[in-house]
Design a protein around this ligand. Structure first.
Ligand SMILES: CC(C)(COP(=O)(O)OP(=O)(O)OC[C@H]1O[C@@H](n2cnc3c(N)ncnc32)[C@H](O)[C@@H]1OP(=O)(O)O)[C@@H](O)C(=O)NCCC(=O)NCCS
Length: 251
């Protein structure tokens, strides 16, 4: 769906939510209703969450706006992430829910900004975004990690993604997932996760291994070797246990 169409739906939903729950009316207003664009709402939401006593929301908002305006694809990528959550998480009933309430979604959007800063040689500010995102949302993604669009990080808590990791489009990641190094390699040392993969809760993928398209990694697995496309792996260390089909997670 186009960004403008999603933004219209989010505003309508939030208006109804504000009428139904007056206690949150000012929160809904500040988060969505007072904004004239999706870009403005996203920037404001992240800035309010990530600011602290040493850096004011306005300064963070300006950096986020700068990155979004410099890279027009970023806003459309955010709308793909939002749609991924709505489509794949049965608990998510509204388009407005990830923007208002889901820290996995917000952490991914913060990563887009830190990634843009990193590759524009603003490493300190990129690391500030990484650090605040980890503190506030419990999701720790190195600014240099490459993450596609249509990605869902559900729940978010304790997700760690290393510097040279690649996460392609349409990947689903649950809480507690680590895409880490083995500690024995340097340089390009993190996993490459191909399109449509499911990484179940608390799965740990270590080293420069490839998780093939639409593969599934079962909850609690430790993956140390490549996984073929379309296969399900489970266990410690993980072994093939079957063929995967296109996955719709249940909560
Ligand atoms: C991997 C998973 C998606 C199932 O995929 P699947 O392709 O449908 O696999 P199946 O359920 O047919 O299981 C295949 C085999 O792997 C085993 N298996 C499945 N999950 C496993 C796990 N986490 N650890 C160890 N073995 C597991 C099954 O017992 C089965 O073994 P069997 O053939 O000896 O009976 C599912 O097991 C899983 O881990 N889901 C977690 C999703 C999640 O993180 N939810 C959190 C929501 S908050």
């Amino acid at each position: 769906m186009e960004v403008e169409s999603i933004w219209k739906i989010i505003r309508e939903e939030t208006q109804k939510r504000a009428e139904a729950e007056p206690v949150l009316a000012s929160f809904f207003h500040m988060s969505v209703l007072e904004h004239d664009s999706f870009l403005s709402a996203v920037a404001s939401q992240l800035a309010n969450d990530l600011s602290n006593s040493s850096i004011q929301p306005l300064m963070i908002r300006n950096v986020i706006r700068e990155s979004l305006e410099a890279n027009p694809d970023m806003l459309s990528d955010i709308s793909f992430d939002l749609t991924a959550v709505k489509d794949r998480d049965p608990a998510c009933k509204y388009y407005s829910t990830p923007l208002l309430f889901y820290k996995g979604f917000k952490a991914l959007q913060s990563h887009k900004v830190s990634n843009w800063l990193w590759f524009h040689e603003r490493h300190s500010l990129a690391l500030f975004f990484q650090s605040r995102t980890s503190e506030v949302y419990g999701v720790d993604i190195h600014p240099a990690a490459s993450i596609g669009r249509g990605v869902m990080i559900d729940h978010g808590t304790s997700v760690v993604i290393g510097e040279t990791a690649v996460v392609e489009d349409d990947v689903s990641i649950f809480q507690g997932v680590t895409l880490g190094g083995t500690g024995k390699e340097v340089g390009d040392r993190h996993p490459k996760v191909r399109k449509g993969v499911l990484l179940s809760s608390s799965s740990t993928i270590l080293g420069n291994v490839e998780i093939g398209e639409y593969a599934k990694v079962a909850a609690g697995s430790v993956v140390l070797t490549d996984v073929s496309p379309g296969k399900t792996v489970a266990g410690v260390p993980a072994v093939e246990v079957g063929d995967s089909s296109k996955y719709v997670p249940e909560d």
